[in-house]
Write a protein that binds this ligand. Structure first.
Ligand code: HEM
Length: 153
């Protein structure tokens, strides 16, 4: 599927793009900590970066770059090409599909926790930012899953 399908289905609007940017202002500076927590969770199940032959600091740099791009909320051709390349890379390294899905939801949970934990932030605005992030993650995950679906078919 194209990003435009996800955008239409999820009703990702200009407001969502704005809230996504505002969310990034909050979570951008916390991405290192968020990814450390993500890797700790992977370690718990014996699936940390090293289990796939990669150093976590190297992986962190790449993942941070990708989240930065996703938080722009420009699901254009450049974004799609990158998202597709990343998805194929995970299939190549043998990342199981179920762990890939869980990883997206774990990251979403960590991002939501960071957004909702902002001291003094208006609750309604936190909810708007979480909703926008959820939509963006869903679009990203749609691309991530695509090569796996092709394999099954
Ligand atoms: C939300 C989920 C994930 C995202 C957004 C993500 C993001 C990325 C990105 C951006 C790259 C670089 C791809 C490229 O430039 O070719 C990458 C590669 C990679 N990822 Fe992930 N990743 C995710 C989940 C995981 C998980 C759970 C693991 C397992 C520990 C993992 C292991 C790897 C490995 C081993 C590579 C290849 C690195 C290399 O080519 O040297 N990823 N990932």
């Amino acid at each position: 599927m194209e990003s435009s399908t996800g955008i239409a289905f999820l009703d990702f609007t200009e407001k969502d793009r704005k809230w996504l940017h505002e969310a990034y202002d909050v979570v951008g500076p916390r991405l290192d900590t968020i990814l450390d927590e993500f890797y700790s969770a992977l370690d718990k199940i014996g699936s940390g970066p090293e289990a796939y032959g990669v150093r976590r600091e190297d992986l962190k740099k790449r993942q941070k770059g990708h989240w930065h791009q996703m938080f722009q909320g420009n699901f254009d051709e450049c974004y799609e090409n990158t998202a597709r390349r990343i998805a194929i890379r995970h299939l190549e390294i043998g990342l199981p599909q179920d762990l890939y899905v869980l990883s997206y939801l774990k990251i979403l949970s960590l991002l939501s926790g960071a957004i909702c934990g902002i001291p003094g932030e208006d609750r309604a605005h936190s909810a708007e930012m979480v909703e926008a992030v959820t939509k963006a993650i869903a679009i990203d995950m749609m691309h991530a899953m695509a090569p796996y679906s092709a394999e099954v078919l």
